[in-house]
Design a protein around this ligand. Structure first.
Ligand SMILES: *[C@@H]1O[C@H](CO)[C@@H](O)[C@H](O)[C@H]1NC(C)=O
Ligand SMILES: *[C@@H]1O[C@H](CO)[C@@H](O)[C@H](O)[C@H]1NC(C)=O
Ligand SMILES: *[C@@H]1O[C@H](CO)[C@@H](O)[C@H](O)[C@H]1NC(C)=O
Ligand SMILES: *[C@@H]1O[C@H](CO)[C@@H](O)[C@H](O)[C@H]1NC(C)=O
Length: 308
C-alpha cells in the first residue's frame, strides 16, 4: 500500500471540500449484521429495538463450485437439525418487515467455503437464492416461507470471478412488484479485491464499506489532525463515494473495540469529527455495524443513533 501523499490526495480533498460546502446534510440509518453469535437475542428482538433499518442475516457460508449451499447461524439454529432448524425464523422476518425493516441474506463471510467457478455456476447459485430465500419456490427453504428483501455480498475470500454474473442474474429477478435489493460489504482499500468488478456495474443499492481491520484506510485511533493521518480515511471515503455507482454508501464499523482488530471509532469522535463530513455527501446512507452482539455489549448504536 502506497503511503499517504498530499499530491495524490489533493483532488479528493478538493472534491470533499466542495461537496461539504454545497450539499445539504443528509440523514442516515443504521444497518446491522445478525446471526454469528447465539447470545445476541432473536432476529425479532433485534428488529424490535427500533435501532436498525436493515438487518443482514449472516451467513450463507457455503455456496458455488457445485457445492450444496449451507447456512451458518452460529448458536441460533441449525438448518440440518430436524427439531431446531432455521425455518422458525420466518415469523421473525415477517415481524421485522412489518416494521418496515429490510432483511437481507448475507452470503460469504470471513470463514466458510465459497466461490463461483463459471457463468453456469453463478446462475445456478442465483437460481438457488431466488428459490430458497426470495420470491421463488422450493420444498426446502432454510428460513421457511418468508421472502427476504434481498442479498448482501460479503465476499472476503477466493477470486472475484463471476460475482458480476451473480449480481446481474439476481438483479434480473427484481420487478416493480417485488424488488430484490442487492448490497455489498467490500473492504476499504479501493478497488475491492473480491467485489471490485461487480461493484463497477452499478447493480448494488447499498454498499457498506468495511472501514475496519484495514489500517491503511480506516479512521486511525490517534489522528494527528484533520489533515494528517485521519485524512487517509476521508480520502478513502471520497474514493468510494465517487468511484462506484451505488444508490447509498455506508460507513462500516465495528460496534465495539472487541468486534474487530482495528477501526473502532469512539462515539464522540464519530459524532464530532467524522459524521459531519460524511453527511455532506449525497450518497451517504448511514452506518453499518458488525455486529448485533457487540452492539448489545457496547450500546454503540444507541449512543450515535440521533446523529447518524
Ligand atoms: C447447483 O446448485 C445446487 C444447489 O442448489 C447444487 O446442489 C448443485 O450441485 C449445483 N449444480 C451444479 C452443476 O453446480
Ligand atoms: C424444521 O423444524 C420444524 C419444526 O420446528 C419441522 O416441522 C420441520 O419438519 C423441520 N424441517 C426440516 C427440514 O427438518
Ligand atoms: C438438535 O437441536 C436440539 C434442540 O436444540 C438439541 O437438543 C439436539 O442436540 C440437536 N441435535 C443435533 C443432532 O445437533
Ligand atoms: C459514549 O460512550 C461512552 C462509553 O464508552 C458512554 O459513557 C457515553 O455516554 C457515550 N456518549 C453518548 C453521547 O452517548
Amino acid at each position: 500500500m502506497a503511503s499517504f501523499s498530499f499530491a495524490s490526495a489533493a483532488p479528493f480533498l478538493l472534491l470533499s471540500i466542495l461537496v461539504t460546502l454545497f450539499s445539504p446534510s443528509n440523514g442516515g440509518s443504521i444497518v446491522v449484521y445478525w446471526g454469528q453469535n447465539g447470545g445476541e437475542g432473536t432476529l425479532a428482538s433485534t428488529c424490535a429495538t427500533g435501532k436498525y433499518a436493515i438487518v443482514n442475516i449472516a451467513f450463507l457460508s457455503v455456496f458455488g463450485n457445485g457445492q450444496t449451499p449451507q447456512l451458518n447461524l452460529a448458536g441460533h439454529c441449525n438448518p440440518s437439525n430436524s427439531t431446531n432448524n432455521c425455518t422458525s425464523l420466518s415469523s421473525d422476518i415477517l415481524s421485522c418487515q412489518s416494521q418496515n425493516i429490510k432483511v437481507l441474506l448475507s452470503i460469504g463471510g470471513g470463514v466458510g467455503s465459497y466461490g463461483l467457478s463459471s457463468i453456469a455456476d453463478a446462475i445456478n447459485v442465483s437460481n438457488y437464492l431466488w428459490n430458497n430465500f426470495l420470491g421463488g419456490k422450493s420444498s426446502s427453504r432454510p428460513l421457511g416461507s418468508a421472502v427476504l428483501d434481498g442479498i448482501d455480498f460479503d465476499i472476503e475470500k477466493g477470486s472475484s470471478q463471476y460475482y458480476s454474473i451473480l449480481a446481474t442474474s439476481l438483479r434480473a429477478r427484481s420487478s416493480w412488484r417485488s424488488k430484490v435489493y442487492l448490497s455489498a460489504a467490500p473492504q476499504c482499500p479501493f478497488p475491492d479485491a473480491h467485489l471490485g468488478p461487480a461493484l463497477r456495474l452499478g447493480l448494488f443499492d447499498y454498499v457498506w464499506v468495511q472501514f475496519y481491520n484495514n489500517p491503511s484506510c480506516e479512521y486511525p485511533s490517534f489522528p494527528r489532525n484533520r489533515w494528517g493521518n485521519g485524512n487517509r480515511f476521508f480520502v478513502s471515503w471520497t474514493r468510494w463515494t465517487f468511484g462506484i455507482p451505488a444508490f447509498r454508501i455506508f460507513l462500516g464499523l465495528p460496534a465495539s473495540p472487541a468486534a474487530a482488530s482495528s477501526g473502532f471509532i469512539p462515539n464522540t469522535t464519530l459524532i464530532n469529527n467524522v459524521l459531519p463530513s460524511l453527511k455532506a455527501y449525497p450518497q451517504y446512507g448511514g452506518i453499518m455495524l458488525w455486529n448485533k452482539y457487540y452492539d448489545d455489549q457496547s450500546g454503540y448504536s444507541s449512543s450515535i443513533k440521533n446523529y447518524v
